[in-house]
Design a protein around this ligand. Structure first.
Ligand SMILES: NC(=O)c1ccc[n+]([C@@H]2O[C@H](COP(=O)([O-])OP(=O)(O)OC[C@H]3O[C@@H](n4cnc5c(N)ncnc54)[C@H](O)[C@@H]3O)[C@@H](O)[C@H]2O)c1
Length: 261
């Protein structure tokens, strides 16, 4: 079974809750990380918290040239990439169309900008990071895992047509990438999976409508939010277990979404 020790993880959104927990998990197990995030301030804090085994790189995942530079930086610094974790993501919640309670007529629509912004970061950004880092993995003969992050939102959460759509798309990517790598004789060296958390205690969840969150939590059998460290540990377990490939693994404390999402 492959160990994390001496391996290199590239983590986008690595200054945020789940990304940073994964970086900590990697370092605690003897690995090294490249943390990519959108602001210098976030990166300085991450470097302070994570120490010398962490390199940081300023990267807006929606920009093709930033992803190219990120993947090249990881190879220059460490000579290899073993784990690609494109965890940068946002929410921007709202109903597709919202009606006025008195008139029953539509009073508000989700704007095109609100829809596309989430797609740009959560879907196009993931594609770009994975494409650039996987190219470097193949060309530098690296072994490892592409670990995408979907969500229980992929099953369809009301108020998240933008977010849920991107996460449903992410859930299918492990199948596509694994099949493509199989065709090219790469799939025994580079596996691809997605993990799909329920509600995790990070800044992202703090930005949600707290009333809606309380309602959701009352339906979670383990009666609490998932911890970022628990998601990170799952990613580590999947990295070590080479029988796991081409699928999406849920971690949600038993949550099932009801018919009202
Ligand atoms: N928190 C949850 O409940 C939950 C559940 C399921 C899936 N997820 C997914 O996990 C991932 C991480 O979420 P989190 O809860 O840690 O969120 P978070 O908000 O704590 O962290 C996200 C990080 O992404 C960075 N980021 C945002 N836009 C970026 C961009 N354009 N380029 C580079 N970096 C950018 C942010 O600066 C932040 O550091 C996301 O993809 C999210 O969809 C989260």
């Amino acid at each position: 079974m492959p160990e994390i020790k001496d391996t290199v993880a590239v983590i986008t959104g690595g200054g945020g809750g789940i990304g940073k927990a994964l970086a900590r998990h990697w370092i605690d197990n003897g690995g090294k990380v490249v943390i990519a995030d959108i602001s210098e301030e976030i990166l300085v804090k991450a470097k302070e918290d994570l120490g010398p085994a962490a390199e940081t790189f300023l990267c807006n995942v929606t920009r093709e040239e930033d992803n190219f530079a990120l993947a090249s930086f990881a190879i220059e610094k460490f000579g290899k990439i073993n784990m690609i974790a494109p965890f940068a993501g946002i929410i921007s919640d709202g109903l597709m169309i919202n009606t006025d309670r008195e008139t029953g007529k539509v009073k508000k629509k989700m704007s095109l900008e609100q829809f596309q912004r989430v797609v740009e970061i959560n879907l196009t950004g993931v594609f770009l990071t994975v494409r650039e880092c996987a190219e470097q993995m193949v060309n530098n003969n690296c072994r490892g895992l592409i670990c995408l992050i979907s969500s229980t939102g992929s099953l369809g959460t009301a108020g998240q047509i933008n977010y849920s759509s991107t996460k449903a798309a992410i859930s299918v990517m492990p199948k596509v990438i694994t099949a493509e790598f199989f065709r090219r004789g790469l799939s025994d060296k580079i596996r691809c999976v997605a993990i799909a958390p329920g509600y995790v205690g990070t800044e992202m969840v703090k930005r949600m409508n707290q009333k809606a969150l309380a309602n959701i939590l009352s339906d979670v059998p383990i009666k609490r939010l998932i911890k970022p460290e628990e998601v990170a540990a799952l990613a580590g377990d999947i990295f070590r277990n080479e029988a796991l490939a081409g699928d999406t693994f849920f971690i949600h404390g038993g949550l099932r979404l009801g018919s009202k999402g």
